[in-house]
Design a protein around this ligand. Sequence first.
Ligand code: ADP
Ligand code: MG
Length: 318
Amino acid sequence: VASEFDIIRRYFTRPAPRAEVGVGDDCALVKVASGVELAISADMLVCGQHFFADADPLKLGHKALAVNLSDMAAMGAVPRWAMLCLALPEPDEAWLEGFSRGFFALTQEYGLDLIGGDTTRGPLNICVQILGEVPEGQALRRDRAKPGDEVWVSGTLGDAGLALAHAHGRIELSPEDAAACFAQLDMPQPRVALGLALRSIATSAIDISDGLVADLGHILESSGVSADVEFSALPVSAAGARHLPGEIAQQAVLAGGDDYELCFTAPAALATEVATLARRLRMPLTRIGRIAAGSGLRIYDAGGNPLSIGVGGFDHFR
Ligand code: ADP
Ligand code: MG
């Protein structure tokens, strides 16, 4: 049976060129350039809460890092280092092999190093901490949206929520739609390049992990502003479009979690820069509304009538 140290050596020790000291000492050591701020975040995936015990370990390895990269994207930070804390019921080699493959595929793709962590026996639990760099004062924050700014989102909304609804038997997706929606749920692609490009454009940003209503709501609250959004302007995938205006699809678009798109605000005068950016990054960036004074989020249907949005976002304690 593999020992804790075998596991760390075999599955989690890789060259860490961006660190002075990586896995293997009591602490990792990294150099931070002057004029740079560290952006630091952590996200935990708990078995039974965020995934099922039989979930594909490769997808889990991907998602555990992807959700953290999404936080880097939302701040306009360059991801540099990650820490991985794992509780495992048993040293399952096939699981570790798949998990580490999914995890390191993303560290490769985004150019960051795993520099440490902790490994212990216990109920399956995955916690990743990520550290990134952002030039001083340039981070994208939640609290800087201004009246008159326009509200944008990347990609499409609701597919992950539709996949969950399908998994729970509340909706029936065609096999093709299911494949597309589960890809969004299981293998989200963090919008890191978008976040970096938005540093010079956006006034505020957040990643949509708990649904548009909740996450745009955080921007509004932190910034002390309100917003008007038109439901028909929200970008949805082909699968989403096929299930609208059904209530479940509407919920998924507005309040389904796990989209990992960015929602951001930008001055109206920079709309052409945003459009240029969409072409350069080959991703949809859609203007969905406008920031105003006051508080709260107002969503209108095509007829201009306010939609009732008693939907909130996903909240673990509600
Ligand atoms: P310590 O007893 O000093 O906490 P550990 O025995 O827990 O050290 O870990 C040994 C080394 O392996 C440390 O550098 C630690 O950061 C690293 N490490 C432990 N678990 C992991 C993991 N799951 N992924 C990456 N590095 C890990
Ligand atoms: Mg330890």
